[in-house]
Design a binder for this molecule. Structure first.
Ligand code: MG
Length: 297
């Protein structure tokens, strides 16, 4: 198959070499934001240009539309109470789907100005919601609705459980994927600014978490190809990220351990399945999965 490329022997313990990447669904235009819902054993992902969210049911392999329209949803996650939290491009907000199905707003403004187009989101154990806000959803009508940025910057924000929104990282060009380390001492933030500034490296930075704020970032990884549009960590702190038509796996020390090849450009991924060792991959028109030997966080 040639599915796996091993750069470091540590990668062998993380993968099951005989496991193939399996295609679960197709027919999308740009798949993003996969999130696994353990209580229902299903996965929801975003098909951004089609303004819909899709659902893959792990119990019978069926695929259906979860929500349409959906504010051109991009990144999704599950909070500590099991509620889905979504980044909406054309909604220009981060929203939460409550247990009764109603949708409430977590954040739609910073200092009185509308957000650009929230891209990816994580929830910390204290209930705070952290999200990136690049311009991809307002750059054109393709992934949202064209508009001028009111804020004039692309930041990472923290929403306190009280609702207060603060900018925690203001030094990125186009912050995109983000995730905490297992002990939440580090927030990893991808920068896909090369889409707007030619020549910029494709990077992931590691920000030390200092209470409700972030310290000085360190460069964690520079991707040779593709973009770190989205990534997740496993329980050992390895970073699994999109990287062109592949997934790259980085050790906590930044070593590129290995890669998994995909037939399409990967946007984002998440761990799921009853044992959290099944990696679900949103890649352009399709949803894929592969079983690993390590669990996701
Ligand atoms: Mg993204």
């Amino acid at each position: 198959m040639g599915t796996y490329e091993i750069h470091d022997h540590r990668f062998r313990a993380l993968i099951a070499g005989h496991e193939d990447v399996v295609k679960l669904a197709g027919g999308c235009r740009w798949s993003e934001g996969p999130v696994y819902v353990p209580a229902g054993r299903y996965l929801v992902w975003s098909d951004i240009p089609n303004d819909r969210m899709m659902r893959y049911d792990e119990t019978d392999d069926s695929v259906s539309v979860f929500r349409q329209p959906c504010g051109h949803a991009n990144g999704n996650t599950i909070d500590r109470e099991g509620r889905m939290v979504s980044c909406e491009h054309s909604g220009r907000r981060v929203s939460r789907t409550e247990h009764d199905g109603s949708i409430s707003v977590i954040a739609d403004r910073f200092e009185g100005k509308r957000l650009n187009s929230p891209n990816d989101v994580v929830v910390k154990s204290d209930g705070s919601v952290w999200f990136s806000d690049p311009t991809y959803g307002i750059d054109s009508d393709y992934e949202g609705r064209a508009a001028t940025s009111e804020i004039g910057a692309c930041n990472v924000y923290r929403v306190d459980p009280s609702g207060a929104v603060t900018a925690v990282a203001t030094d990125r060009v186009r912050p995109n994927g983000l995730a905490f380390s297992p002990d939440e001492s580090i927030l990893y933030v991808a920068d896909t600014g090369f889409t707007h500034v030619p020549g910029l490296p494709r990077t992931i930075h590691a920000y030390p978490v200092a209470g409700d704020t972030l310290g000085e970032p360190q460069l964690f990884a520079t991707l040779a190809t593709g973009a770190s549009d989205g990534f997740r960590l496993d329980v050992r702190g390895n970073v699994w990220t999109s990287a062109g038509s592949a997934i790259f796996c980085y050790a906590p020390d930044g070593t590129h351990l290995g890669s998994i090849a995909l037939p399409e450009t990967v946007a984002n991924l998440c761990f799921g399945g009853p044992m959290r060792n099944r990696l679900f991959i949103a890649a352009r028109t399709s949803l894929y999965s592969v079983h690993l030997q390590v669990r996701g966080l």
